[in-house]
Design a protein around this ligand. Structure first.
Ligand SMILES: Cc1cc2nc3c(=O)[nH]c(=O)nc-3n(C[C@H](O)[C@H](O)[C@H](O)COP(=O)(O)O)c2cc1C
Length: 169
């Protein structure tokens, strides 16, 4: 798929089939995340691959929507601020790096016909408990990973004129 089609076709999938995700596809989406750029190439993130079978009750504590654990897999991305590049004024780029990695993963998934949905409205305390995250590892976002069982809606977006400013053109 070319990139314009890919960015058009990705949407937030909120219903999933039970079909398993082939291991080869899983490895390809993880590889896309591995290749993502990070500030100073520090790669201060970790991906957690969770098989949802039998863990629905726990995952419901992390994020309450039914569709979250409907897919066979959920992937979480965590930031490791101590490992990240820090700008001179103190701005730590761990969250940005983790987010770029997740976006690579999500776009690769779309390219392979898989559905995803960014989830940031999870319960961070429950996420830490369920995934047994040590201190210093911060959960940033989750996505289910599986085959879509819904249809894309029309994309609602602001016009470019509201989003872009051409300075000194
Ligand atoms: C950082 C981020 C966090 C999000 N968190 C949630 C979430 O917690 N729950 C949810 O249902 N959708 C979540 N979304 C999905 C957005 O609502 C969705 O991307 C947006 O409405 C545009 O729709 P589209 O993804 O179908 O193009 C999130 C998206 C992003 C980028």
């Amino acid at each position: 798929m070319d990139f314009s089609d890919l960015s058009q076709q990705r949407y937030s999938v909120r219903a999933y089939k039970l079909d398993p995700v082939e291991d080869e596809k899983l490895q390809r989406v993880l590889e896309a995340a591995r290749l993502a750029p990070t500030a100073a190439n520090r790669q201060p993130f970790q991906l957690i691959v969770i098989q949802t079978a039998g863990r629905q009750a726990e995952l419901k504590r992390v994020y309450h929507r039914e569709w979250f654990s409907q897919a066979p897999l959920v992937i979480g991305v965590c930031a490791l601020p101590v490992a990240a590049w820090v700008r001179r004024d103190g701005k730590n780029y761990a969250d940005v790096d983790a987010t770029i990695a997740m976006d690579h993963l999500i776009l690769a998934a779309t390219d392979l016909g898989l559905g995803t949905c960014w989830v940031a409205a999870f319960d961070p305390v429950a996420a830490r408990e369920v995934l047994q995250l040590p201190d210093g590892i911060e959960p940033i976002a989750f996505t289910p990973l599986g085959y879509p069982a819904d249809q894309p809606k029309r994309k609602e977006r602001k016009p470019l004129a509201e989003l872009v400013r051409y300075e000194h053109w």
